[in-house]
Design a binder for this molecule. Structure first.
Ligand SMILES: [Mg+2]
Length: 389
């Protein structure tokens, strides 16, 4: 038997890059299409080193995750790197007062490490199989630029463009600032144009102030036969009571739980009958270990888990779950590219044209996450680093 690896050091790296034609939405600061503008963006990376030389890598997660990791990383030095479930539980306890930030990042890197140790892709370790993953086109949030996502008809045009590229499902992120009448017209414009040939989803990203507006918009989704309605309310998507009440009045299935973290919160929300589809995010929900726990819990309730945004971890997870429908390709825009930066050197991509003619993507085949990060790019653009050992 090969010697089992023990963790010797955890390396945390921050790097920066510029995004062209992107600005910040003025009220909540998320990226938005803004021609001529340059956004100073960046990323975060982790490397977990061991005494056998095998290393786990992951590029992703927020600066807040990495701030949290600095707090508990020392407790992982000397630990057995393959004991992911034990580490999941200990880090979950260690980060219980800070919303379990950092837990997912560490877990994903440990799965990458395990895949490299066993010389197998993560989906194979999870008992999954190579398959084609159906994608939905997930839009940027709306802007007011003449060639952007400025009007209901502009969204409908973009949905048709995505259909022509090969997508068979389309998710609208609307505007941060719009009247409820315009939000409703957006649902109808896209529904009229492509509703007979695409699964449609609506995600107001918690922009609606009132239960009344969330109800009106949901009833519009009913009229256009939407596939799901996600996070309408400014409660942040966390009120089980509000979403249970909305579900009693709206026929369109809800997708909630992007903003409640981890297994137990997910199960409580399901038991409260506050959602139909179950959201999971590998970084927010305790990593690949955390998502598989949620996937199996949801499977027991007869529900599907839909993973948040695109990335190699999501692909391995989807390949290992029966109860899931779509891979979220995004965020996409008619004139602007993805936000992630050029972090892969092996051709791995998540972008509008990264799908095949059937609207699908594959699962990376190499060991671990199966991607080759461009460490030359990351190091050349490094803005900070710390090694805990
Ligand atoms: Mg969402």
């Amino acid at each position: 038997m090969k010697a089992r690896p023990a963790i010797t050091a955890i390396e945390l790296i921050q790097f920066g890059f510029e995004l062209q034609d992107i600005g910040q939405e003025p009220t909540i600061g998320i990226p938005i299409y803004k021609p001529g503008s340059t956004l100073q963006s960046g990323g975060n990376a982790i490397k977990i080193h061991t005494d056998t030389g095998v290393t786990g890598e992951f590029v992703g997660g927020a600066p807040t995750d990495y701030a949290a990791i600095r707090g508990f990383a020392r407790s992982l030095i000397g630990r057995q790197a393959l004991e992911r479930d034990k580490i999941y539980n200990d880090v979950k306890q260690a980060t219980r007062q800070i919303a379990r930030m950092g837990q997912g990042v560490v877990d994903i890197a440990l799965w990458d490490l395990a895949g490299k140790f066993y010389d197998a892709p993560i989906y194979e370790l999870l008992g999954g199989h190579q398959q084609k993953l159906k994608c939905y086109a997930s839009t940027y949030i709306g802007d007011r630029e003449p060639d952007g996502l400025a009007t209901p008809e502009a969204y409908a045009d973009f949905a048709e463009q995505c259909y022509d590229i090969g997508y068979r499902a389309f998710k609208i992120h609307g505007w941060q600032e719009a009247t409820i009448e315009e939000q409703i017209e957006l649902v109808h414009a896209v529904g009229r144009r492509v509703g007979d040939k695409m699964d449609l989803m609506l995600d107001p990203f918690c922009a609606l102030d009132t239960f009344g507006d969330a109800l009106k918009l949901g009833l519009a989704c009913d009229e256009e036969n939407f596939f799901w309605y996600e996070d309408p309310l400014k409660d942040g998507g966390v009120s089980a009571h509000a979403h249970k009440k909305l579900r009693q009045m709206i026929k369109t299935p809800f997708l909630q739980l992007e903003h409640l973290r981890g297994l137990e919160s997910h199960v409580d929300f399901i038991v409260a009958e506050a959602t139909d589809f179950v959201r999971g995010d590998a970084v927010y929900d305790g990593g690949i270990t955390g998502i598989m726990k949620i996937a199996h819990a949801a499977e027991g309730f007869g529900l599907d888990v839909e993973l948040h945004v695109a990335g190699p971890a999501q692909r391995h997870l989807m390949a290992s779950m029966r109860n899931t429908n779509y891979y979220e390709m995004g965020l996409l825009h008619p004139k602007a590219g993805p936000f992630g930066g050029p972090i892969y050197k092996d051709g791995y991509r998540d972008a509008i044209d990264a799908i095949d003619e059937n609207g699908c993507v594959d699962i990376p085949e190499g060991p671990g996450l199966g991607v080759d990060y461009d460490w030359d790019f990351i190091t050349a653009n490094q803005t900070g680093s710390q090694t805990i050992q």
